[in-house]
Design a protein around this ligand. Sequence first.
Ligand code: SF4
Ligand code: SF4
Length: 344
Amino acid sequence: MLTGGAWVFYFADAPVLLHDLIFFHAPSVAYFTIAILTATTYVFGGLMREQVCTYMCPWPRIQAAMLDENSLVVTYNDWRGEPRSRHAKKAAATGQSVGDCVDCNACVAVCPMGIDIRDGLQLECITCALCIDACDGVMDKLGRDKGLIGYSTLFDYSTNMAIATNENTAPIDPARVRDPDGRYYDKIRHFNWRIIFRPRIILYTVLWSLIGVGLVTALMMRDRLQMDVLHDRNPQYVMESDGSIRNGYTVKILNMVPEPRMVMLSLRDMPGATMSIAGETWSQGRFIGVELEPDTVKTMKIYVTMPKDALPSETRDFTFHVEYRTSGEADAYTASFIVPEKRK
Ligand code: SF4
Ligand code: SF4
């Protein structure tokens, strides 16, 4: 319900809407939207859960396309873990060579996706690293090196696997990766920070940074005062008793700052014309001051009137101009003034 509420509050005055919701004064669309979002959140998060990640989320596909052999991925290092055994000491006593995995299943138990990372890299893996922590805890208790499950590259993994399997000609033998004292041989590859600074990573970083800078720049430079104008369709013009022609427009002015502003609406490129706000007789002339509420769209019906002796011979374009003089922000909209056909 909080998820649904957060979405709805984002598009409205949150405290007012919350009050209205509690006292059942809110519009029915608000209740409907919250109900829909609550239901979908419950279905996705409560019932479908990891199925959403596996079957609906596009990210695993995108991520898979970006991986290469030097990408760090959560990896079960079977070159040191296999053959797994729950009875390592017993096996060692009988001269059997066993790996570090004690088959405790802790990594499987903690996995939110319900997969066994020991089966290899899988599409379902969300790289949460819970299996790494679980296995490191087990290794700690057993007094063995951490990292049986850890971040590794395909290149390092393949190299180590080739060593453990004698170039893929034999089953994994831990004796090929460690000396009798339990130390890794020098040829075993380990994580190296330098692989992070590869051309591909640098290129991705630069591209994403450029996109980020572009977005922030666009955000900072976006218009915070905007105007939209719609000419009346019916009637397109009205002839007054004195022969002057009047056109009607719906003018919307967007104030995208959280404070009230007084802006100046004016007519340009239309000598002789005057305008007025419908229902407000005081507002007549080529300049009209308009009071805007914070973060709102002001919608007005504006009449533009051209006296008989200044009428153009044909329909012509002119400009509505709106300006906030304190900051210099302005916007303009080119509209058409329609005159009767017979004058053309
Ligand atoms: S990283 Fe997370 S999702 Fe992936 S296998 Fe490990 S626990 Fe499961
Ligand atoms: S947590 Fe580690 S030791 Fe336990 S089963 Fe998983 S990989 Fe093997």
